[in-house]
Write a protein that binds this ligand. Sequence first.
Ligand SMILES: CC(C)(COP(=O)(O)OP(=O)(O)OC[C@H]1O[C@@H](n2cnc3c(N)ncnc32)[C@H](O)[C@@H]1OP(=O)(O)O)[C@@H](O)C(=O)NCCC(=O)NCCS
Length: 172
Amino acid sequence: MDNEGNIPDIRGGNPKFQAKCASDSQVTLSQAMMPSDANPLGNIHGGHVMKLVDEAGGLAAMRHARRPVVTVAVDSMSFLSPVKVGHLLTLRSAVNWVGKTSLEVGIRVEAENPITGEITHTNSAFAVYVALDDAGRPVVVPPLILESEDEKRRWAEAEARQAIRLQRWGKK
Ligand SMILES: CC(C)(COP(=O)(O)OP(=O)(O)OC[C@H]1O[C@@H](n2cnc3c(N)ncnc32)[C@H](O)[C@@H]1OP(=O)(O)O)[C@@H](O)C(=O)NCCC(=O)NCCS
């Protein structure tokens, strides 16, 4: 029960661990974009942004699980606007859904022109990570506490996406 007498909405994971909120593991990663990550026109390579997406997502998953994680799936990614050399890229990641050993993390990427202050939404992505034990096998993770209507909506959408992924890969 929380301070206001409400029963918390706790889902997924393994109850042997204390449940955690998405806010406990969310990550903000900011990085200046350098010429070494760009093409001759000064546009940052999509692959560089994808690597940072995976890093930000993996960090949120690790903070939730407090275990090493591997990426098992990344949903398709579209780039909505170019990222240029000199932009400050900020990635925000948070756990949306928790299975037994797997977690879906949502990652939002924004690029800021530090001179003008203009901020553009570059892309968003969903990635699934699996927590590993010391022998490299999947290991159970803590449950997730859903604190808001937004978090409940994200859970439902992530659960539906995960069902589609598993169906696509013949896992269910
Ligand atoms: C991740 C890995 C350990 C899972 O092994 P596995 O034998 O498939 O294990 P399981 O079938 O028990 O699946 C483990 C979890 O992953 C989920 N999972 C497996 N394949 C998935 C997929 N394609 N998409 C989403 N989730 C998937 C399962 O549903 C399960 O989740 P749950 O425990 O929450 O129910 C294994 O696939 C692996 O090592 N993959 C390579 C990871 C890697 O190197 N990543 C970097 C890529 S460059």
